[in-house]
Every structure is written in structure tokens, then in C-alpha cells.
Design a protein around this ligand. Structure first.
Ligand SMILES: Cc1cc2nc3c(=O)[nH]c(=O)nc-3n(C[C@H](O)[C@H](O)[C@H](O)COP(=O)(O)OP(=O)(O)OC[C@H]3O[C@@H](n4cnc5c(N)ncnc54)[C@H](O)[C@@H]3O)c2cc1C
Ligand SMILES: NC(=O)c1ccc[n+]([C@@H]2O[C@H](COP(=O)([O-])OP(=O)(O)OC[C@H]3O[C@@H](n4cnc5c(N)ncnc54)[C@H](O)[C@@H]3O)[C@@H](O)[C@H]2O)c1
Length: 455
């Protein structure tokens, strides 16, 4: 069968479905192809399932801490079967909602199968040939499987397969101390596992400023999570317990024995089997499809959106990619990737909310910076809640007064950071906060105070 459309979209993750919505609403015929599950990583294997698990783990933690607040409770009993059932139900309802939305789009053809480019305007899906003058690649990424010694034949977990567990590992060893590694580390510790995080770099979540990553390490260690940094020459081997992870660190024994190992060492773009060369495209050395500021590839009529273009690795950046492309194509706009202010959160508890540049990034970019910070022990709301770990920090350009970035590691940090993110997006300089009247008692109320120290 052959079909001709105004647009073909490969991948129904975060950018594909809303782009299909914009294009069909503009009167185009669109084919959307998905080889696995509608909603892609975030809905099925990423944000949604992990944040439901984080919520269960948080509940266990609160129950354990009951006595501190004058509430006597029994130690929590973790029923991973029910924890997983709750996760599955939230995921299914999110995916169902998305499928219903797509089902209601007139002039959308949804195809299930694996797509492959065969020419700059042609895609093949399980023997069907689709042509279109516009092709949008939203193929996402999958857990990286590093070529580490001993990995062949060793059973290991990934961020996807760990979601299927209905048991709590006795000792979970996590290789990789960044977003995925740390969110699972704290969650499984709270479910009752012994947890060791093995990170190759000199710090956890190494992109952050040192005081932020040190505070995160402190939070995790205080809950009994073991952390091994500077772990060189990581290798896996079977052991009587289950798995032995060889680590060669400056400190500590050279191997860690666990019952299970989770590899959380980044993600690989799904571009290797996409037929890029047949369309005249090639991926870069890390597998990303190179794009310009408007997310156009080197081949006219082909765009790459979301995790596969290497310009973002979050749900909101993938979603924003569709907004950029749709605005430029349909609204006559000239929107660019560089217009967006980077923001993200790390969902440990308390969460880290981040906006813009770290201090190190700001200095590296040539800014003369001023910074102000305050530990959560000096934030009233955090003290009242008994959640005084962490800190907040803002980075301002000393010459222009522009807010360059901020970090809020503390209660509600993922929400409170939007106060800064929104100001930065609106282009309001730091002094714009001078007369703000923040609500008391909140974590956010300290932002004007911090910024006041700098203007
Ligand atoms: C454990 C985990 C937790 C995360 N938590 C967060 C979070 O809290 N917040 C956040 O912002 N981000 C989070 N992320 C990242 C987020 O999930 C991704 O950035 C986001 O899903 C990227 O969206 P995308 O549309 O680019 O790709 P995807 O969501 O991966 O969608 C791509 C789709 O394309 C399909 N596809 C690929 N190749 C083909 C082909 N040849 N033919 C047909 N279909 C194809 C895939 O099956 C997939 O459905 C998390 C990721 C993980 C793994
Ligand atoms: N809260 C969120 O928004 C969220 C949550 C989970 C995942 N994600 C997304 O998923 C993506 C993948 O996350 P991730 O944590 O797997 O990757 P990452 O790229 O953020 O970090 C990988 C970590 O593994 C370490 N590492 C790499 N190879 C190693 C090795 N051989 N041994 C030991 N350590 C090694 C790196 O130094 C790094 O710290 C991220 O880009 C992130 O955007 C986001």
C-alpha cells in the first residue's frame, strides 16, 4: 500500500502528537507512526511512572518519620505489587487520554509499526510506503547499554525494566549518579533496599555547582545510600549475592556486591535504524540528528524534534520543539531553540529545581557574576515542615543585573523555581523583584531577599 500525506511524523512521544494536532487543525493530512506505545518514554517508561513511584516512596518516608512530628506509626510495609499497580494505573490513564485525543483528530492516520526513511520524502512502515513533503522525526532515545567489561551475559536492570519489578532488591547497585540513578536510588532506599550509587565522575549530578551536588550527596547519604565517586574501570561479574561491580575509586573497597544492578548511564538516540542515510542525513558521533535553531535538518522538508536532536533531554524541551516548529510553519513566526530558558528538576526529595545557568556555566560563558545563597535551615517554611536539607542560590550578571540562573534544592523546589524561570523568560532584570510582596510562609518568599542582596 502507498499513501501520500501533507506530513509524516515518526514517533508519538512528546512532540509528535501535539504537532499532529497543530498540523491537522491547519487542514493537513498527517500520518503519525509509533512502533511501541503512544506517549513514548515520558508517559510509559519515564516521567509518569517514576514520579508515581517517587510519590509512593515519599509516603513510606513520611510514615517512617511520623514520630518526629508527634505521630506514632508502625514501620511501613512496602507492597511492591500494589506500588506497581498504582504506577500502571496512572500510566494507563495518561496514555488512554492521549490516545483518545489522537483518535479525535480528523485527517490523522495513526500507524503502528517501525518506520524507516527510504528517500528524503518517503517512509516505509512494515511494507507500506508513505510519502510527504514534510517529515518530522520525533524518535526519542533508549537506555544506553555501555560496553563495560563483564556486561555480556550479566542480567542488569535499566530504567525501563526496573519498572517491572514487583519486589524490593536486597541490595541495588546503581551505576550512574545523575537524574535516573539518583531518583531510583532514593526511591528504592525508601522502599527498603540497601543502595549503592557508583558514579564515574568526581561528583553526583556533576553538571550542578559543587555546593548543590554536595548537598544532594548529603541528602542521599543521610538516608543510608552509599556513594562511590571517581569510580574508574567499572566492570561487572557474577557473585554469590548476585552481582559484583568492580570499582576502582580513591576511597573504599574496590568492589561492591549487590543483588541487582541498575545501569543509568545516559540514553542513546533511536537513530541507528531509521534509514537516515537514505534520506541524505547522518547522525553525529553521539547519534543525534543535527538541526539548526529552527529544528530543520540538513535536508529541506525534514525536521528533528525532541531527544533525538540533542538540543534537550526533557519532556518540556521536546514539547517546546513542537511549538517552535508549528509556530514557524503555521504562524509565520521565527522561533528558535535558543529563545528558551533552560529549566529542569531532579525529583529526589527534596527536589532540585533549576533555571538557566549554573554559576560555573555563567563564569565559563564570560559573565562577571554575583551570587547569593541561603541554606534551607534559614528558610522558615522548610523549618516548619521539618525539611531543612538543601539550599537556594541565585546567579546574577554583575554588570547588567540580569538573572542568569538559580537553583532551589528544598521543599517544593520544583515548583518554586518557576518564580525565577518565568522572570527570566519574561526578560525581567533582578531588580524587578525588589518590590515583590511574596506570600508568607513559602520557600519562594526568600527569592526577593536573595536578589535584594545583589542589587
Ligand atoms: C526514567 C526516566 C525518567 C524521566 N523523567 C523525566 C522527568 O521527570 N521530567 C522530564 O522532563 N523528563 C524526564 N525524562 C525524559 C523524558 O522522558 C524525555 O525527554 C521525553 O520523553 C522525550 O520525548 P521525545 O518525544 O523526544 O521522545 P520519546 O518520548 O522517547 O518518544 C519517541 C517515540 O518514537 C518512537 N519511535 C522511535 N523510533 C521509531 C521508529 N523507527 N518508528 C516508529 N516509532 C519510533 C518510540 O517508540 C517513542 O514512542 C525521563 C526519562 C526517563 C528514562
Ligand atoms: N527529572 C528529570 O527531568 C529526569 C529524570 C530522569 C531522566 N531524565 C532524562 O534522562 C536522561 C538520561 O538520564 P541519565 O541519568 O541516565 O543520564 P545522564 O546523561 O544525565 O547521566 C549519566 C551519568 O552516568 C555517569 N556515567 C556514564 N558512564 C558511566 C560509567 N560507565 N560508569 C559510571 N558512571 C557513568 C555519568 O558521569 C553521568 O553522571 C537525562 O538526559 C535526563 O534529561 C530526566
Amino acid at each position: 500500500m502507498t499513501g501520500s500525506f501533507d506530513a509524516v511524523i515518526v514517533g508519538a512521544g512528546q512532540a509528535g502528537p501535539p504537532l499532529a494536532g497543530r498540523l491537522t487543525a491547519a487542514g493537513m493530512t498527517v500520518a503519525l507512526i509509533e512502533r511501541q506505545r503512544i506517549g513514548g518514554t515520558c508517559v510509559n517508561f519515564g516521567c509518569t511512572p517514576t514520579k508515581t513511584l517517587v510519590a509512593s516512596a515519599h509516603t513510606a518516608h513520611v510514615v517512617r518519620r511520623g514520630a518526629e512530628f508527634g505521630i506514632d506509626t508502625a514501620p511501613p510495609q512496602i507492597d511492591m505489587g500494589r506500588v506497581r499497580a498504582r504506577m500502571r494505573s496512572v500510566v494507563a490513564s495518561s496514555r488512554d487520554g492521549l490516545e483518545a485525543w489522537l483518535g479525535g483528530m480528523e485527517s490523522l492516520t495513526l500507524l503502528r509499526g517501525k518506520a524507516r526513511l527510504t528517500a528524503p520524502d518517503t517512509v516505509e512502515v512494515d511494507g507500506e510506503t508513505l510519502t510527504a513533503p514534510r517529515i518530522f522525526l520525533n524518535v526519542g532515545a533508549r537506555p544506553a547499554q555501555p560496553d563495560m567489561p563483564g556486561i555480556k551475559g550479566m542480567p542488569y536492570l535499566t530504567s525501563t525494566t526496573i519498572l517491572e519489578l514487583d519486589r524490593v532488591p536486597k541490595h541495588l547497585v546503581i551505576v550512574g549518579g545523575s537524574y535516573i540513578g539518583l531518583e531510583f536510588a532514593q526511591m528504592y532506599r525508601r522502599f527498603g533496599a540497601d543502595v549503592t550509587v557508583v558514579e564515574r565522575g568526581p561528583a553526583l549530578i556533576p553538571r550542578e555547582d559543587p555546593e548543590v551536588s554536595q548537598a544532594i550527596r548529603g541528602i542521599l547519604q543521610a538516608e543510608g545510600i552509599a556513594v562511590r565517586l571517581d569510580a574508574d574501570c567499572i566492570a561487572l561479574a557474577p557473585s554469590s549475592e548476585g552481582v559484583c561491580v568492580h570499582v576502582s575509586c580513591d576511597e573504599g573497597v574496590p568492589e561492591v556486591h549487590g543483588t541487582d544492578v541498575l545501569l543509568a548511564v545516559g540514553r542513546t538516540p533511536n537513530t541507528d535504524d531509521l534509514g537516515l542515510d537514505a534520506a541524505g542525513l547522518s547522525a553525529d558521533t553521539r547519534g543525534f540528528i543535527p538541526v539548526n535553531e529552527r529544528l530543520e535538518t540538513a535536508v529541506p522538508g525534514i525536521w528533528a524534534l525532541g531527544d533525538c536532536n540533542g538540543r534537550g533531554a526533557f519532556t518540556h524541551t521536546s514539547w517546546n520543539d513542537h511549538e517552535i516548529v508549528a509556530a514557524n510553519l503555521l504562524d509565520g513566526a521565527d522561533r528558535k531553540v535558543s529563545d528558551r530558558v533552560p529549566g529542569y528538576a531532579l525529583y529526589i526529595d527534596p527536589p532540585l529545581g533549576r533555571a538557566g545557568l549554573t554559576e560555573a556555566q555563567a563564569r565559563a560563558a564570560g559573565h562577571r557574576v554575583r551570587t547569593a545563597s541561603r541554606p534551607m535551615t534559614r528558610v522558615g517554611r522548610a523549618v516548619e515542615k521539618g525539611e531543612t536539607q538543601g539550599l537556594m542560590k541565585v546567579v546574577v550578571d554583575a554588570d547588567t543585573g540580569t538573572i542568569l540562573g538559580a537553583a532551589i534544592l528544598g521543599p517544593g523546589g520544583d515548583e518554586a523555581i518557576h518564580g525565577v524561570l518565568d522572570l527570566m523568560t519574561a526578560g525581567v532584570p533582578a531588580e524587578g523583584l525588589a518590590w515583590a510582596v511574596p506570600i508568607h510562609p513559602t520557600v519562594s518568599e526568600l527569592l526577593p531577599t536573595l536578589i535584594g542582596d545583589l542589587i
